[in-house]
Design a protein around this ligand. Structure first.
Ligand SMILES: [Zn+2]
Ligand SMILES: [Zn+2]
Length: 313
């Protein structure tokens, strides 16, 4: 059975908004001013840009905010790691006032502080941080994981899919987002416009965008587009009559080379054949599966990630 309360983001009210949720400016170690950053993302047609300077909520005073783009306040906060691993990188969105992460007794204190102010927290680039279950498993009440960080590609650690999986399998289901984590000018072409998050929001307001992220109404991409997701009843025919009812997941995408269905107890894969790229695939959910999530990979190896679809049996 589909878990109660799950909302299919492709059937939720509103429309898809393209977002970069991890941005640095000259207020921390970015090389581009806030206004230039905002202007370059607006020019690229983004709907949402979250400003996440290190250890600080950047002052928006004097910012000329383009009408067509929402600029979200936030910060990347770095509480110490009490579990022996490296310092945390927490993407804190919708934060209007800085929290002193350096003085926090525990990272959970920062996560709870951001939530109490109406914000949303994502665990940034866990692969780059060398963070595993011992670092992330004890944390709670975050919205999800930065499954892909374009800036970390230069260190060969952009893709945190395995870290996300470990958390989903061992700690609990959560969302995935993809971001640029931009520091350099767009002209350098190193860490801009390479990864983004699509958010299904009713209106282009901070409240609506943050509520959508809190509810998992998003998907992550550095290339492929996911066009639809449906989950249907499925009753397989067996020699002895109809088999046990289960579910069939279907996705439609932009042309891709591979579509993977990942689950806690089984998996599936569709691949392009005879020179024809895939634009859809389906998968029958195995009885007892706790979740299924989808990855689509294009001919250049660029991925898109759907959030896990939860089941209970
Ligand atoms: Zn970071
Ligand atoms: Zn960063």
């Amino acid at each position: 059975m589909l878990a109660a309360g799950w909302i299919n983001p492709f059937q939720a009210p509103g429309r898809w908004r393209r977002a970069n949720l991890h941005t640095h400016t000259t207020a921390s170690d970015g090389k581009v001013s806030l206004q230039e950053r905002v202007d370059e993302y607006a020019l690229q047609g983004y709907d949402v840009l979250a400003v996440t300077d290190h250890h600080a909520v950047t002052d928006f005073a004097g910012l000329i905010d383009p009408d067509a783009m929402l600029v979200l306040p936030g910060a990347e906060l770095h509480p110490a790691n009490p579990f022996g691993g490296s310092t945390y990188h927490l993407i804190c969105l919708g934060l209007d006032r800085n929290l002193d992460a350096k003085r926090a007794a525990h990272p959970q204190e920062i996560i709870d502080g951001v939530n109490a102010r109406g914000g949303v927290v994502f665990l940034a680039h866990p692969y780059w941080c060398r963070h595993g279950l011992s670092d992330l498993g004890p944390l709670q009440r975050y919205a999800g994981v930065e499954v892909y960080n374009y800036n970390c590609a230069s260190d060969g650690r952009a893709d945190s899919s395995a870290n996300w999986d470990e958390l989903i399998n061992r700690a609990g289901l959560c969302s995935g987002i993809a971001n640029d984590d931009c520091h350099d000018p767009a002209a350098a072409k190193t860490d801009t416009f390479g990864a983004w998050t699509w958010i299904r929001a009713e209106t282009l307001t901070a409240d609506s965008v943050l509520a959508a992220l809190r509810g998992g109404l998003n998907y992550a991409s550095c290339g492929p587009e996911i066009k639809s997701l449906s989950v249907e009843d499925h009753a397989p025919r067996t020699a002895g009559g109809p088999g046990a009812r289960t579910h069939r997941i279907r996705v439609a995408t932009s042309p891709v080379r591979d579509i993977y269905f990942l689950s806690d107890i089984s998996g599936g894969h569709a691949t392009a054949r005879d020179g024809r790229l895939l634009e859809e695939a389906e998968f029958v959910v195995r009885q007892g599966a706790r979740y299924v999530r989808v990855e689509a990979v294009d001919v250049d190896g660029r991925k898109a990630w759907l959030n896990p679809v939860p089941f209970t049996w």
